[in-house]
Design a protein around this ligand. Structure first.
Ligand SMILES: *[C@@H]1O[C@H](CO)[C@@H](O)[C@H](O)[C@H]1NC(C)=O
Ligand SMILES: *[C@@H]1O[C@H](CO)[C@@H](O)[C@H](O)[C@H]1NC(C)=O
Ligand SMILES: *[C@@H]1O[C@H](CO)[C@@H](O)[C@H](O)[C@H]1NC(C)=O
Ligand SMILES: *[C@@H]1O[C@H](CO)[C@@H](O)[C@H](O)[C@H]1NC(C)=O
Length: 714
């Protein structure tokens, strides 16, 4: 496996380092996340918007597109009083129950939200019919040219424009919010690469053990930082996809040593002002695509892009595998531990490839059970076989019944004593897990051997094992519980009831993106109050409408420069599904106190992650080109340090990236002020009744003042 530090660096002396790390369990990975916050606002529909295209120099009137934006509001659950960690320990499980729960507890104003919801289409029509006037109100004459002047981002008229819209559409919405924010740069040892929950050096110093890579796990500071992360010198806008898969700006990922050290290894090279990734990156000397096709050749059932759509890549290096799987219509969540010597995950992200800083240490990875179609591990040095197979059992938890584990590592094809020993141990363990060895073959071009195993889709084998080792998990152990849950060396049975998730393989991609999963039942209440399958479909229709009518053409965003998006509160993943024909990947985040809809997102062939937005996300600064924040700011405001959350949003968004906010009107105006104080450009703002929409663009600005964060100083 690739333990960050060991894997690539040790490529050279790999044969003897396996033994030296057997005591260390660790896995690298890259992945993405999704989350959902419970939403507390009442639903409503905002018709709307218009917008100008300021990015381009040309602003003709045609660019003022009028669109209808429906602001959906999910159920209310202001009942965030639940103890989060507790809630996660006995994770309520899949969406349905949760959603139902949410519904019951929430509805502060049931009439409001329900009424509006069910009237969605009507309201939309109304909105449409009103548009001519709306347009006039929102874009008084003269405003347009100013709006489109890129240099005028701070222009008062833009602000005035917003204020006007507010006034006209919502009556008086006096902003009593703070206007004087004084942002400071974080003085931290990690500098421009600061990840607050992974660079809490004080917490790391006080760990009693790092045997299981505890020092690469999350240790979130009690008081999350409210400072802004510095920008590497010479930083510039990332190269566009797909060129970025082959080369990135050297100054954007200031790891000069890495490139020096590894220059000869054929996976990254310094080439003038670029870093290039010859041959597709580290594992594949002769092309990742060859390797990818080879895998399908030896086990045709894998059917990339059809049966196999969402995969997990463990110890991903610079995520070339995931980067090339896009060409086969496959979405790859790659992860690796944060490692200061070789920031592989950062390289991957800068290349525009999905990746996450995470480690297989002592806790479950933040994904539901049985969601990945395939788990892959190349040059994999994870000691899967030790400690009762704990780590392999974690993969087993996340793997869909009938899914494959693709393992290409030296024990598969080398005959050194330690390889043979590991192979024997794996043979025993995979047999105990009832995994069937489908193929073991050698890709002669890339000179790697691959073993492919299949997880069973029934429980017969488990029950007829000669030894009950590893044991089956306790009945009450929920495989979907994944937030701060310790790893256990036990096997979850596979679901067999026809209506249970996991008992059938999802539809082929892309059909699975659109259809409500077979296991959503009409007797379950969805997040928005309808029967779950209907709710799912309504959500999808809603986002398709918003995306085509508003986001694509109405925000002044040049989508051809957008490589990745984070939906900060994803619910069913409808927004991501609506973007699926575009050349972007979407990290869907489901907040830990929101109804657990993440399995639905995976079922439809998208991916995501659990997260707690009161903490920092496990990604490098400047990771996402676009953030979508649907009713998340107002929720966070009620329960976490709001300034810290805004600083986190700044941290993960790339300079010149966009943030789209839909939220309560009062949050919109407060946010507008906050973002202006960070010198972001307000591209569009619109409110109507109690709901609003805001589009802002981050700039390269950084404050001059500095604040030292003691817990992040080495
Ligand atoms: C959008 O970006 C692409 C790539 O940078 C560029 O070629 C194109 O002209 C841009 N489109 C507009 C409308 O600015
Ligand atoms: C929530 O959990 C934390 C730690 O697990 C505990 O200290 C706190 O008292 C709990 N709060 C509630 C409301 O149960
Ligand atoms: C655009 O901004 C620049 C600099 O602020 C200003 O000089 C120019 O007049 C503006 N152009 C328009 C059309 O507003
Ligand atoms: C940053 O923190 C270090 C360590 O505390 C300190 O020595 C240094 O002076 C600080 N830098 C600034 C600009 O405050």
């Amino acid at each position: 496996m690739a333990l960050g530090k060991y894997s690539r660096v040790d490529g050279r002396k790999s044969t003897n380092y396996i033994s030296s790390i057997t005591f260390v369990v660790f896995v690298a990975l890259c992945l993405l996340g999704v989350w959902i916050m419970t939403s507390s606002s009442s639903s409503s529909i905002v018709p709307l918007k218009n917008v100008l295209d300021s990015e381009t120099e040309v602003k003709q009137s045609t660019q003022v597109s009028e669109t209808n934006v429906v602001v959906d509001t999910p159920t209310q659950s202001n009942v965030n009083t639940d103890n989060q960690s507790k809630q996660f320990e006995d994770n309520p499980g899949d969406l349905p129950e949760d959603a139902t729960k949410g519904d019951i507890t929430t509805t502060e104003s049931p009439v409001d939200s329900d009424g509006k919801k069910s009237d969605e289409s009507k309201a939309t029509n109304e909105a449409q019919s009103q548009t001519p006037e709306e347009k006039k109100e929102v874009f008084p004459s003269g405003a347009q040219s100013e709006l489109s002047n890129e240099t005028v981002t701070q222009d008062a008229s833009w602000a005035t424009q917003a204020a006007e819209s507010n006034k006209e559409t919502t009556g008086s919405l006096e902003s009593d919010t703070k206007t004087g924010y004084s942002w400071k740069i974080c003085n931290v040892t990690a500098g421009p690469d600061y990840i607050p929950c992974l660079d809490n050096l004080q917490a790391i110093r006080s760990l009693r053990s790092t045997k299981h890579y505890e020092h690469r796990e999350r240790h979130c500071p009690e008081d999350p930082p409210t400072c802004l992360v510095s920008l590497p010198e010479g930083y510039q806008r990332s190269i566009e996809w797909p060129t970025s898969r082959e080369k990135i700006w050297y100054h954007n990922v200031p790891h000069t040593k890495l490139a020096e050290i590894k220059g000869h290894q054929n996976w990254v090279k310094v080439d003038g002002e670029y870093l290039t990734f010859p041959g597709g990156g580290t594992q594949f000397k002769h092309g990742a695509l060859h390797y990818i096709d080879f895998i399908q050749q030896i086990v045709p059932d894998i059917a990339w892009g059809k049966r196999s759509r969402v995969i997990l890549d463990v110890g991903c290096g610079v995520a070339s595998f995931g980067g090339f799987l896009f060409d086969r219509d496959v979405l790859t969540m790659s992860f690796a531990p944060k490692d200061e010597h070789e920031a592989q995950v950062q390289f991957a992200l800068e290349r525009g490839i999905p990746a996450l800083s995470a480690v297989m240490g002592t806790k479950r990875l933040p994904f539901p059970g049985r969601v990945f179609d395939i788990v892959h591990c190349a040059r994999c040095r994870v000691p899967w076989h030790i400690e009762g197979g704990k780590l392999l059992l974690e993969l087993n938890r996340m793997l869909r019944p009938g899914g494959f584990f693709v393992w290409s590592a030296t024990p598969v094809y080398q005959k050194l004593a330690e390889d043979v020993e590991i192979w024997e141990a794996m043979k025993k363990l995979t047999k105990a897990l009832c995994w069937e060895l489908m193929s073991i073959s050698k890709d002669r071009v890339n000179k790697v051997g691959v073993a492919i195993y299949q997880k069973p889709s029934s429980n017969e084998c488990y029950e007829t094992r000669s030894e009950m080792e590893p044991p089956l998990c306790k009945e009450f152990d929920d495989p979907n519980a994944a937030w701060n849950v310790p790893l256990q060396a036990c096997i979850h049975k596979v679901p067999v009831g026809a209506s249970e998730r996991g008992s059938q393989w999802p539809e082929q991609w892309p059909a699975r993106a659109e259809k409500p999963p077979y296991w959503l039942s009409s007797s379950q209440v969805g997040v928005y109050g309808k029967a779950a399958p209907e709710d799912f479909t309504a959500d999808y229709e809603h986002w398709k409408r918003v995306v085509t009518k508003s986001y694509i053409s109405g925000m002044g965003i040049n989508w051809s420069t957008v490589r990745n998006v984070m939906d900060m509160r994803a619910v069913y993943g409808g927004f991501a599904a609506a973007l699926r024909d575009m050349n972007v990947w979407v990290m869907n985040v489901v907040n830990i106190d929101a109804p657990d809809t993440l399995p639905i997102i995976f079922e439809r062939g998208l991916f995501g992650i659990y997260h707690d937005w009161c903490q920092s996300f496990s990604t490098y600064p400047r990771t996402y080109d676009l953030l979508h924040a649907d009713h998340i700011f107002s929720k966070i405001k009620q329960k976490c340090n709001f300034e810290a959350f805004v600083a986190e949003v700044d941290r993960i968004l790339r300079p010149e990236g966009h943030l789209l906010v839909r939220d309560k009107a009062e949050s919109i105006s407060e946010l507008e002020n906050m973002f202006k104080s960070m010198h972001w450009e307000v591209r569009m703002t619109y409110t109507r009744d109690s709901e609003g929409l805001l589009c802002v663009k981050k700039s390269m600005w950084r404050p001059n003042e500095v604040v030292t964060i003691p817990y992040a100083i080495a």
